[in-house]
Design a protein around this ligand. Structure first.
Ligand SMILES: [Zn+2]
Length: 204
């Protein structure tokens, strides 16, 4: 919080800066982080893709176009590339980041090694979720820094490496907040809910 205030003051004190506020605030190019890539000036927003997926492009300080690139947790440190307008490739460097490990003992063996029926359900649910994740809205987001949905404490961090009964599973790809039952939850940004369900691993 204090760092944020300092950054704000710093920016207000400088009339011109080579790198904008959004770039400095969001640019954390590590696995599971965000790379902000400068695209230069121009009349229209460049069309950017990373790993064949569309990338959010915004105009910073009403001058330069920047790409806000989400880096998967599975990316290894090194050079990554985005394509701009179907051809020109721009590179950015991904550093390393250490994520904490969590080892939990689960009594329900089905959640460690699900049987055939549950595996079918998991596959169906994964397909539904993947389809939802593939949706892309070209509209500008209402806010780039998402609001906290509740004021509860963080109960599980993003990127946590999980081991169920000693077997490594997918890392935690969300950010969990703890709150008591019945607490109203605020949408972190303006948007449209496109998927609601009761899932084997995710719950409701
Ligand atoms: Zn979670």
């Amino acid at each position: 919080m204090r760092l944020f205030t300092l950054l704000t003051l710093f920016c207000l004190a400088l009339p011109v800066h080579a790198e904008g506020f959004i770039s400095r605030l969001l640019n954390k190019p590590v696995p599971g982080g965000v790379a902000v890539v400068d695209l230069g000036t121009g009349e229209t927003a460049p069309n950017v893709r990373y790993q064949s997926k569309p990338v959010l492009v915004i105009k910073e300080d009403q001058q330069r176009w920047i790409a806000i690139v989400g880096i998967p947790l599975s990316v290894k440190p090194g050079t990554q590339q985005i394509s701009v307008n179907g051809s020109k490739a721009l590179s950015f460097q991904v550093g390393s980041k250490h994520y904490v490990e969590q080892r939990i003992t689960i009594k329900n063996q089905q959640q460690v090694n699900p049987n055939a029926t549950n595996l079918k359900r998991i596959q169906r649910e994964l397909a539904e979720q993947t389809h939802a994740y593939q949706q892309f809205s070209p509209r500008q987001p209402s806010n780039l820094l998402l609001d906290k949905p509740v004021n509860g404490p963080l109960s599980s961090p993003f990127g946590l490496r999980r081991f169920f009964n000693g077997e490594e599973r997918n890392p935690h790809s969300g950010l969990d907040f703890a709150a008591s039952r019945g607490t109203s939850i605020k949408a972190p940004a303006a948007g449209k809910v496109i998927l609601v369900g009761d899932y084997f691993f995710n719950g409701k």
